[in-house]
Design a protein around this ligand. Structure first.
Ligand code: MG
Length: 388
């Protein structure tokens, strides 16, 4: 009698040693195509920590922590993220099984308080490695995808309205973006209002316009300026007040002459989301891995928002295709992503870190196919942009 292997000659099953064997971190700096100005900083290159996590079966997963101009958008910097992962987070996971995502989260929380971007990068690498081992996309590990593409906006943040109108026209012509987020707060409110009036006159009939103040205004300024944004046709205003002033956002929302408000810097944890819901302080929330500490945390924040009737928006911190793919895998399973997403990060970089960048077409970014995150790190690019 023939042995079964002689009849079928099956491929060997994937090695299932899912223990975390090695975690390596690399800081990379990738130039941007233009200066990106926010209320608190201005960047000409994006810095990331790339995490490579190898399992006992030899499969490698990747993750990314993005920052914006050092520890200015939040308290984390690439230098700090790398140090925290190397000294505290990586040792907490070595030898433990990669598919125990919730247990891994508990270990990471015990090893370090907050440090959410660092935790998100390492948790993303766990999901990627497990997905690659099982031949499943990360979205499948999170409950399965309900969408394969996402409306994606573009951010206008040079501060020069002539340049910004030309930039928006080019994006409309190329059918890449028809929703634009305008960064304000780097100059006085009256100057921003004049700039917004010009952008609105040029674009509002053909595009959706959103404004992000990145916490720049106090409550009195917001009370004065927000009705004027309604007159300019602005569809949504992100984080007009400082992150601590959730009650103030709630007071603004009692007025009927202001645009809907989007919570960003005031919502890191699911507890923050609950506080915003209790104060009725936002119409929508911007979901970001760097804030929520990973994919599991992002889904928890989204669940609290959904329970409170607060809309979901797929936020970014100018991630490369690695971080953007991780977000898309998480967003793919949300039933209602009412406000679309903003993962244009790969397009503002002069180069990308993966072998096949994300696809942007017909005003949408498309969920990459294949196991894990669906993107593969290019080792030459990693070496080229690695900080020496
Ligand atoms: Mg924001």
């Amino acid at each position: 009698m023939l042995a079964r292997t002689q009849l079928h000659d099956p491929a060997p099953p994937p090695a299932r040693d899912l223990a975390v064997a090695e975690i390596r971190t690399t800081i990379v700096d990738v130039p941007t195509v233009r200066t990106h100005k926010l209320s608190q900083t201005s960047v000409t290159a994006q810095s990331y920590v790339i995490v490579r996590l190898r399992l006992g079966n030899g499969v490698e997963g990747i993750g990314e922590a993005a920052t914006l101009g050092g520890p200015r958008w939040s308290e984390e910097s690439v230098e700090g993220i790398k140090a925290v992962i190397d000294a505290y987070l990586a040792p907490a996971l070595l030898g433990h099984k990669a598919d125990r995502f919730v247990a891994a989260g508990e270990r990471l929380d015990a090893a370090a308080k907050r440090n959410n971007a660092a935790k998100a990068a390492i948790e993303t690498a766990l999901f990627d490695a497990v997905g690659r081992t099982l031949g499943l996309p990360v979205a499948a590990l999170l409950g399965g995808a309900v969408r394969a593409s996402f409306p994606v906006l573009w951010t206008l943040a040079s501060g020069d309205p002539d340049q910004e109108i030309a930039e928006a026209e080019a994006k409309l012509d190329a059918r890449l973006h028809r929703s634009f987020k305008i960064k304000i707060g780097a100059q006085a409110p009256e100057a921003d209002l004049a700039r917004l009036a010009r952008l609105s006159r040029a674009l509002v009939d053909r595009a959706q316009l959103i404004v992000d103040a990145n916490q720049a205004w106090d409550e009195a300024t917001a009370r004065r300026c927000l009705p004027r944004l309604t007159d300019l046709g602005i569809a949504l205003v992100e984080q007009p007040l400082p992150a601590w002033n959730v009650a103030g956002m709630g007071r603004l929302r009692t007025r009927d002459d202001i645009p809907p408000l989007l919570a960003d810097e005031c919502v890191f944890t699911s507890h923050d989301m609950l506080a915003v819901a209790q104060d009725a302080a936002a119409d929508a929330v911007s979901l970001k891995l760097v804030k929520h500490g990973g994919l599991v945390g992002l889904r928890k924040v989204a669940a609290v928002a959904e329970a409170a009737g607060i809309g979901l928006y797929g936020g970014c911190l100018l991630e490369s295709s690695v971080g953007a793919a991780a977000h898309l895998q998480a967003f793919a399973g949300l039933r209602d992503l009412a406000w679309g997403c903003e993962h244009f990060g790969p397009q503002i970089l002069t180069d990308d870190l993966v072998t096949e960048p994300l696809r942007f077409r017909d005003f949408a970014v498309h969920l990459p196919e294949g196991p894990g995150l669906g993107v593969t790190l290019d080792p030459d690019k990693l070496r080229h942009y690695a900080r020496s």
